[in-house]
Design a protein around this ligand. Sequence first.
Ligand code: CUA
Length: 334
Amino acid sequence: MMNPLLTLAFAPIPVPNNVPTLNPSPYFWLPVPASTMAQPIDDLFNYVMWVSVISCLLLMGLMIYFVTKYRAKSRKDEGTSSSDHHTGLELFWSIGPLPVLLAMFVWGFQGFVALRTTPKDAYEVHVTAQKWKWLFEYPNGYTDDVLHVPNGRKVRAVINAVDVLHSFFLPAFRTKIDAVPGRYTELWFEPTAPGTYPIFCAEYCGTGHSAMITKVVVHEAASFDKWLEDAGKAIDALPPEELGQKMYNQQGCSGCHSLDGSPKTGPSWKGLFGKSETMSDGSSVNVDENYIRESILDPQAKIVRGFGPVMPTFKGKLSDKKISGIIAFIKAQK
Ligand code: CUA
């Protein structure tokens, strides 16, 4: 029978429904390796771990052995030993571990420099973190809530956060960096195996932190450009209501606006269109196309009574077509 605490520790992490099965790891304690940096980092990890395990066993083993062997038989024996100092031994255990530890430093520093030096010819993707969504933007303007990258190509992610600190964590690529509001951070990786791998937020960012999960899809290099072009076209070809639904999920609307009538951080979209709402200043507004558009571009202009001025503006982030799509989607929530 497994200890209940252990059972809990090994319970699978709940993953939102839209994240498909991910590549299982061949290792017991490390995630599946899928970037050029994975092997060197795993090697260093294993080196540090085994040095620690061996030193620990050696120290504890010798200590227990000596404590038992040289135990004082009586009060008289205490402090009478003539061999309480041995210069040779002291030099041995001071200098002996030095190369082992220096190797950790040199090896680790090399890895750090390699991880933090972005190659010049890298393919660039923009990453936006917000409570509690990841959004990826491609050079052709295509946006997606899943990261897609070509296999065998160096990718540079330029990262920022809209609201609070988040952390962009790609365990399969062995890399992670904070997403900071008001500044850009970056990381790079070169995927080595097509497949799907998890992306986590690794910085506590509020009640939805544990659900701030998405995935990275590594495409075959030859088909990536074609995929990106098609994905961009497919978005443009969507009927307004479907485009609106996509934006609802992608742009983080779903974090604050429910579709079932329950109030969250913002008003629910169910039955919203055509409704008369009382604003925080007591005036009343009929929810029509213009009000929705204004609320997306200038959310603080008119706030429904009972809600806080917390919505970020989407000015410059959503095209007119996407805004019209969102309006169509809200209309459909009867
Ligand atoms: Cu975002 Cu934790």
